[in-house]
Ligand binder design. Structure first.
Ligand code: 5AD
Length: 335
């Protein structure tokens, strides 16, 4: 197998979808060859250094009703919190002191946190303008995205979750087109865009997963992620099984080949389903790990994947990077 196998996708040819279906289904030696190709693309493009991000989950209020997520307002069992600017800044300081160059703020879709996000962006950038401020706060107006950008925010993750408009509407409750519009606004105001899908939602097929990669290719994101579905307690999808880790790893590897220089995370959901899953993600072409800096009492209430989600520590991230034979971004390899 060689890189040219994905030429029909890169050139948007009619057989692009069948090529993707074939690669998403790869097992055994073919899967290993796919991973090797992804690693080769990553190396050739100088993207082997693993970026470590520090995430702070600043609010678990959410307006949306995504059936896979426990932050949905219908979940009355969840105690809600919204951090203060001072609390967030204190944690951001710790992140930066550990040499982590990306301060990542994540929350449910919570308009009441917009102002405080602006203030945090201002203060982080005033301390060090070279720190990347990354946001994952849901759908906002174009003006709000522009404001974040003008204050210095560098990048924004808004996953489309699934490319099927019917499935998206059914599971998320709002139109996919609205979400894609937001993604275009994010790019339009000058932030780097992260997007991606969940693998294992009810109704998804290998065809729709191939279409997810084609939609991502249309969006040309700077960051791309695929996460396996985790059935989350207190949600309508709580009785389902886990998403398929191997298909997720294949999706990561294909993403690396389609987006050679993109930042691609090995998400904590991989580790939750299969210990060593994040290491496998790095071996499949990922190059980002996100360390969780949310204080423990709040973190327990941000049960985005499940009540006992896998919480990534800096130790775990550094061990995983070393086990993959890679180095952390900004560090010099010891030979
Ligand atoms: N399983 C997998 N991914 C999930 N996300 C949220 N809940 C789940 C779940 N139960 C992902 C979504 C969202 C991101 C913040 O986390 O893709 O965009």
């Amino acid at each position: 197998m060689n890189v040219l196998d994905l030429a029909p996708v890169l050139q948007r040819q009619p057989n692009a979808k069948s090529v993707l279906i074939d690669l998403l289904s790869a097992t055994g030696d073919r899967q290993q060859a796919l991973f090797a190709m992804a690693r080769e693309v990553r190396r050739k493009h100088g993207c082997d250094a693993v970026k470590v991000r520090g995430v702070i989950e600043i609010s678990n209020f959410c307006q949306k009703s995504c059936e896979y997520c426990a932050l949905r307002p219908q979940n009355k069992k969840m105690t809600r919190y919204r951090m203060t600017v001072d609390d967030i800044i204190a944690i951001a300081e710790q992140v930066m002191e550990l040499g982590i160059r990306t301060v990542f703020m994540q929350a449910g879709q919570d308009p009441k946190s917009d102002e405080m996000v602006c203030e945090v962006i201002r203060r982080v950038k005033a301390r060090d303008k070279d720190i990347e401020v990354l946001l994952n706060l849901g759908e906002k107006s174009e003006d709000t995205y522009r404001r974040y950008r003008e204050l210095g925010a560098d990048s924004y993750i808004l996953k489309f979750e699934t490319s099927s408009p019917e499935l998206y509407k059914q599971i998320v409750g709002t139109p996919l087109e609205k979400r894609l519009q937001c993604a275009r606004w994010i790019k339009g105001v000058g932030m780097r865009l992260g997007t991606g899908n969940i693998i294992g939602l009810p109704g998804q097929t290998i065809e729709t997963l191939a279409e997810d990669l084609m939609l991502a290719y249309d969006l040309q994101p700077d960051f791309m992620s695929s996460s396996p579905f985790i059935p989350n307690e207190d949600t309508p999808l709580e009785t389902l099984g886990f998403g398929d880790v191997d298909i997720t790893l294949n999706s990561i590897a294909i993403s690396r080949i389609l987006f050679p220089t993109a930042l691609i995370p090995a998400v904590s959901a991989l580790e939750k389903i299969r210990p060593g899953g994040q290491l496998q993600g790095l071996k499949a072409g990922a190059n980002v790990l996100t360390v969780n800096f949310t204080p423990k009492d709040l973190r327990d209430r941000y049960s985005i994947y499940s009540r006992d989600r896998f919480v990534v520590s800096l130790d775990h991230a550094l061990r995983t990077i070393a086990d993959a034979g890679l180095v952390r971004e900004g560090m010099v390899a010891l030979s």
